[in-house]
Design a protein around this ligand. Structure first.
Ligand SMILES: Nc1ncnc2c1ncn2[C@@H]1O[C@H](COP(=O)(O)OP(=O)(O)O)[C@@H](O)[C@H]1O
Ligand SMILES: N[C@@H](CCOP(=O)(O)O)C(=O)O
Length: 320
């Protein structure tokens, strides 16, 4: 459940008066998602999504996130369009939180993505990378190595509660990344969280991308690695080579990877697995039991991390 902040009908109505969206007919909290509070609204002008930004989203980053959605939508990427207020602003304040209204996207996310879905997401990711190339704003990745170190500092002491020996194991990954993390791969705007729950489909056709609230500037290939982790592993933590091949081939039809990007993929996939393990671990250890938030299992990403440690060649992900 991700509704951290309650909104009363009265305060919502007065918030909506600033928007050209007609009269409020109904609204309800959305259980899915984990970072922000989301509501589905019906107004006399149609359905909208209302988002109240919570702990990991800072107000100063909203022009980047909302401006990016605007930019991508104009370039033909199917993503929500932030609705402009009457004063031209893309967000306001509601129930003490920064809040925005975005257009509603049709479709549903795939609980069990198939090879066809992996192909669709590979292509969409590359199109997003290309469409973002002339976006004028930039935002450093707050969850790059320095961000990982902060999360690790906040959970290191208790990591062995999740699995004995985990703290020592992960310390070794940090040591490797400090020495070998690439510095000069092609970079630009990346989504940074393109998991299945952030990609909508109508049948087998991708209908839209949502949740740009980790978007930032970083290596394109790091985004590819994040998608390999999120889309191409099976429930038993085996890597599905057919899915990997489909995702990478579709990506490369739009934006071919350089030799340096291909070579870096095992390390980037390992780093991306660590990044998601760390946010999950931090939340696992700090969010109180019984809170109305769906906690995600850090072990799922430790298992991926272990897989990548053993990878010797990018061909093991399906790269030709
Ligand atoms: N533009 C949209 N159109 C339709 N549904 C949306 C849209 N944005 C969010 N949702 C719904 O809200 C849920 C949570 O959104 P998400 O942005 O992933 O939240 P969080 O940032 O908290 O993870 C999604 O799974 C989806 O059901
Ligand atoms: N995708 C992340 C968590 C972020 O949640 P989202 O609902 O914003 O995609 C994870 O799986 O750890």
């Amino acid at each position: 459940m991700a509704v951290y902040t309650d909104v009363s009908e009265g305060e919502l109505e007065s918030f909506l008066r600033e928007y050209p969206v007609g009269r409020l007919l109904s609204y309800k909290g959305i259980a899915e998602g984990s970072e922000n509070s989301n509501f589905l609204l019906h107004t006399s002008e149609g359905p909208f999504i209302l988002t109240l930004y919570e702990k990991r989203v800072h107000t100063e980053d909203l022009p980047f996130f909302l401006g990016l959605m605007h930019h991508l939508a104009e370039k033909g990427i199917s993503c929500p369009l932030p609705v402009e207020r009457r004063d031209g602003a893309l967000f306001g304040t509601l129930a003490g939180r920064p809040a925005a209204l975005i257009t509603f996207l049709e479709g549903m996310w795939m609980r069990r993505p198939s090879v066809v879905h992996c192909r669709e997401v590979g292509r969409a990711l590359a199109e997003l990378h290309v469409a973002g190339q002339d976006f004028p704003l930039s935002r450093p990745n707050a969850l790059a190595i320095d961000g990982w170190r902060k999360l690790w500092a906040g959970s290191h002491e208790r990591a062995d509660e999740v699995e004995k020996g985990l703290a020592t194991e992960v310390d070794q990954d940090f040591a490797l990344f400090a020495r070998e993390w690439p510095t000069d791969l092609p970079s630009g705007v990346i989504h940074a969280d393109l998991f299945p729950d952030n990609v909508f489909f109508l049948g087998d056709r991708l209908s839209g991308l949502i949740d740009f609230y980790f978007a930032c500037n970083d290596f394109y290939a790091y985004d590819v690695a994040t998608c390999l982790n999120a889309w191409c592993f099976e429930k038993d933590f085996s890597f599905n080579l057919t899915k990997g091949r489909a995702l990478l081939a579709a990506y490369q039809e739009v934006r071919p990877l350089s030799e340096a990007e291909k070579e870096a993929l095992p390390l980037l996939a390992r780093g991306s697995a660590l990044r998601f393990m760390l946010t999950r671990l931090y939340d696992w250890l700090t969010i109180p039991d019984g809170a109305l938030v769906q906690k995600r299992d850090p072990m799922e990403y430790i298992r991926r991390l272990r897989f990548h440690r053993a990878v010797r060649s990018p061909s093991e992900y399906g790269l030709a």
